[in-house]
Design a protein around this ligand. Structure first.
Ligand code: TZP
Ligand code: MG
Length: 207
């Protein structure tokens, strides 16, 4: 199935504590989320693997892939659909070798130099950002704005998803910058109604 990056949810378990991670993901997928990335900077591999297995079950039959942030071992053990790595994370080569041809592998980039150094033949998409400053990622790189996003997308031969401080009201600007979609944490996780929060992106993107 073709990868649909249009609304890419990155999870934050702490932010999802009101409804719990699974209920938040379920509501968000019903609201239009097209990719789910399990991201947890604090949990053990065992905890994250168990969580990933539950999410995989929940997503079965929806067509929404489950991507694991950073941890190759968790992706392997949970039989997730893919892995997303940052510039300082596990080598893409090792991930591709271990996960196989079918896996979805994504890479975060923030600058043209990082984009030009990316092993394009081994990855499926790039995450570009942060577009804006955000409290959801500690020590994030310099925000690039929509201008920076547009120039990186233009130089990128692969599908791309914008990330960092994005809300539904930014959907049109992200489209204009040429990215295939938006990746968000706080605009969905921790929102009073994650279903409606996801819906709002779809509505905004179609307007
Ligand atoms: N990578 C760059 S910014 C970011 C990540 C994981 C956090 C995005 O979170 P939010 O709440 O959508 O700004
Ligand atoms: Mg990372």
């Amino acid at each position: 199935m073709a990868l649909d990056l249009s609304l890419y949810l990155v999870t934050d378990a702490a932010l999802c504590s009101d409804y719990g991670l699974e209920q938040t993901v379920e509501a968000a997928v019903n609201g239009g989320v097209t990719v789910v990335q399990l991201r947890d900077k604090h949990a053990s591999d065992a905890h994250m693997t168990a969580q990933a297995k539950r999410l995989k079950e929940l997503l079965a039959g929806t067509g929404v892939p489950l991507i694991i942030n950073d941890r190759l071992q968790v992706a392997l053990e949970s039989q997730a659909d893919g892995l997303h790595v940052g510039q300082s994370d596990a080598a893409v080569q090792e991930a591709r070798r271990a996960l196989g041809e079918q896996a979805i592998i994504g890479l975060s980039i923030n600058t043209l130099a990082q984009l030009q150094a990316a092993p394009m033949a081994l990855i499926d998409y790039v995450g570009i950002g942060p577009v804006f400053a955000t409290v959801s990622k500690q020590d994030h790189a310099q925000p690039i704005g929509f201008g920076g996003l547009a120039s990186l997308v233009k130089a990128c031969p692969l599908p791309s998803v914008a990330i960092g401080g994005l809300k539904a009201e930014h959907a049109i600007s992200v489209q204009r910058a040429g990215a295939n979609g938006l990746a968000v944490i706080s605009a969905i996780c921790g929102q009073p109604d994650p279903f409606q929060a996801a819906r709002a992106f779809q509505v905004a993107a179609a307007s």
